[in-house]
Design a protein around this ligand. Structure first.
Ligand SMILES: *Cc1c(COP(=O)(O)O)cnc(C)c1O
Length: 233
């Protein structure tokens, strides 16, 4: 019988994911390259999240502010938290002091509010620019052709540090979009703008993380592959 507290499936999933990451790194990347593994927690009970932290996960990805608020007091606080879902401007105040990065910045309006609240709280907030690489109507993010200009304007905010790019490529034809995303990342990196770091390329989820590593990913965001299929409430 599977007890509620039996999280051994997470051990197996984590081992397999780490094996695959290392194999992809060895196959496709330079020996000094590293990929960080994020556990994406949407719909996952905090007990399972804490179990994954006890097994070495040190980075959590949160999609929904309200769900995060209901769980964060129960999380083992040894893991860092990044916001990865679409963030409404009026919700920045709820997360500004409990996350170390906002990966889903895609408007100046949102950046302004992050900058303002970061300033009020005497901090610099790390952010990524989200790119809608597949130009899908259902997804957020700036269009790839506008990404450089957008990133440059983010560089002007005093309390924001731009650290790279994030994307959710379409599931269909994902390799083509991963490759386009990598080109865009290299392109913007080459331009070396003031106040812009391009250290992080956050691409790759359960279905495409091996290919994402092939195309330069430095951070993969895994949900269902680690915690099992999501049951939507
Ligand atoms: C849900 C989600 C993920 C993880 O998706 P899986 O396919 O379950 O690994 C990664 N990134 C974002 C932005 C997500 O919303």
């Amino acid at each position: 019988m599977l007890m509620k507290s039996d999280f051994s499936y997470i051990d197996e999933n984590l081992k397999r994911i780490q094996y695959n990451i290392n194999e992809a790194l060895a196959k496709y990347r330079k020996s000094e390259d590293k990929v960080r593994l994020m556990a994406v927690t949407k719909t996952v009970p905090y007990e399972a999240v804490n179990y994954s932290i006890s097994k070495g996960i040190n980075l959590l990805g949160e999609n929904r502010v309200q769900e995060y608020q209901s769980k964060r007091d129960f999380y083992d606080n040894s893991a860092e938290v990044h916001i990865i879902g679409h963030l409404q401007t009026n919700k920045v105040k709820y997360i500004i002091n409990s996350v170390s990065m906002i990966q889903s910045v895609d408007s100046i309006r949102l950046a302004k509010e992050i900058d303002r609240l970061a300033g009020e709280n005497n901090k610099t907030m790390d952010i990524l620019c989200e790119v809608n690489i597949g130009k899908e109507e259902s997804k957020s993010g700036v269009l790839p052709e506008n990404a450089f200009e957008f990133v440059e304007s983010l560089g002007e905010f005093k309390n924001i540090r731009v650290c790279g790019l994030m994307a959710i490529p379409p599931a269909e034809d994902s390799e083509k979009f991963l490759s386009e995303m990598y080109d865009l990342y290299l392109d913007i990196s080459d331009k070396k703008s003031d106040n812009i770091n391009m250290d992080i390329l956050s691409v790759g989820m359960t279905g495409d993380y091996v290919n994402a590593i092939k195309y330069g990913s430095t951070l993969v965001r895994i949900g269902s592959g680690l915690f099992g299929a999501r049951v939507y409430k």
